[in-house]
Design a protein around this ligand. Sequence first.
Ligand code: ATP
Ligand code: MG
Length: 462
Amino acid sequence: MKTQRIAEILKSGAVNTDIVVKGWVRTKRGNKNVAFIALNDGSCMANIQIVVDLAVIPEEQLKAVTTGACLRVDGKLVESPASGQGVEVQAEKIEIYGTADPETYPLQKKGHSLEFLRDIAYLRPRTNTFGAVLRIRHAMAYAIHKYFNDRGFYYLHTPLITGSDCEGAGAMFNVTTLDISNPPRTEEGKVDYSQDFFGKPCNLTVSGQLEGELGALSLGQIYTFGPTFRAEHSNTPRHLAEFWMIEPEMAFYELEDNMELAEDFLKYLIQYALDNCREDLEFMNKMWDKELIERLEFVLKNDFVRLDYTEGIEILKASGRKFEFPCEWGCDLQSEHERYLVEEHFKRPVILINYPKEIKAFYMKQNEDGKTVRAMDVLFPKIGEIIGGSEREADYGKLTARVNELGMNEQDVWWYLDTRRWGSAPHSGFGLGFERLLLFVTGMANIRDVIPFPRTPNNAEF
Ligand code: ATP
Ligand code: MG
């Protein structure tokens, strides 16, 4: 007989039919006549109750049915007399696939701290919290593809290994097959990368944007959605060394269009979560963040503020607030500044635009004033920066001049500059950090808790 998933059974299971369920034991209780097993198979938050008549299945066999054990249960789906659940399974046969010794099973008890669970990241998806987070994570990934597909964007796979070290978004991880304890050397004593796998130094990508732009200038509208790598030494609750990023890139979009897309996109994803992940969101709201659902609904209902960086600095200076890092025109905003603007001053998301060119990447479109570029960062409550983007410099002369001004080597980005030589077009794009989105949507406070296997300094065990 076909195994049914618990989510399916609870939604539409027909009572008084034979049934097979398979899953992991959450709890077992009972008396000398009957045992109740709460079984979870990961398909949803809810467990299904298995009722075992000890006259049918001997108690001896139930000894190994402990928290964490994996079972197959054959039985009948019946209406449940207990309140709070519509149906339960009357067990006729139980097969134990895998036992879980109560003496050693780390999740024997409930209510572990998130820190403890991080140390056993390989088991934490079996908890209610991480089950919920990972189901929401899946739903968001699906919604991202759906959003872009429905609007005529193409999914472009940009490379993870890159020969360019000027993507400029962060420190990179080197990719090499050379023996690092004894690398080949040139006559001057430098490492001879011509003997390396790719014949030159290569790194893991920090962003798919530069290649994404090539896609926009041919397919019109593309997006990337893949892992990116940054050797971030700062141990913050918002940075991972390996994270996933969504980067749409659109020909013929100016900064205005880019902002509209970013706002519409974020609202769509939040609405999608509210419509499709209700049970999991309610759990997160109850357990971890009492204002979660309210905050999600609040963002949906309000227009994002659009504000010039220069005005933002004036607001911060006039705030009378003592920041850890004082700010002046020209400084890069810290998360404390971003959160002040969003949470205290405007009390809603802010899109900050027209940043000083010195603190932004070389490819951003230069404004007439000679000082600022058409950058946009979307700032969210609790998170700070969730999106970074810009209109791109489309003018070959200006882009090349900026590359030289910054002391970069034209040869390192020759192919990128070339796109402005033939059929250049106004275009824009942005990057959304997938885990930052998930922090916002799940209400979790630490980015290590919204990815199955977090990669941070000194942490790559599993
Ligand atoms: P931050 O100032 O927070 O370090 P950034 O300016 O380096 O961000 P961008 O290069 O603009 O970020 O990257 C685009 C998006 O990717 C950011 O808005 C953020 O959502 C996400 N992001 C950046 N770095 C990380 C990281 N180390 N871990 C997780 N997400 C990140
Ligand atoms: Mg950064």
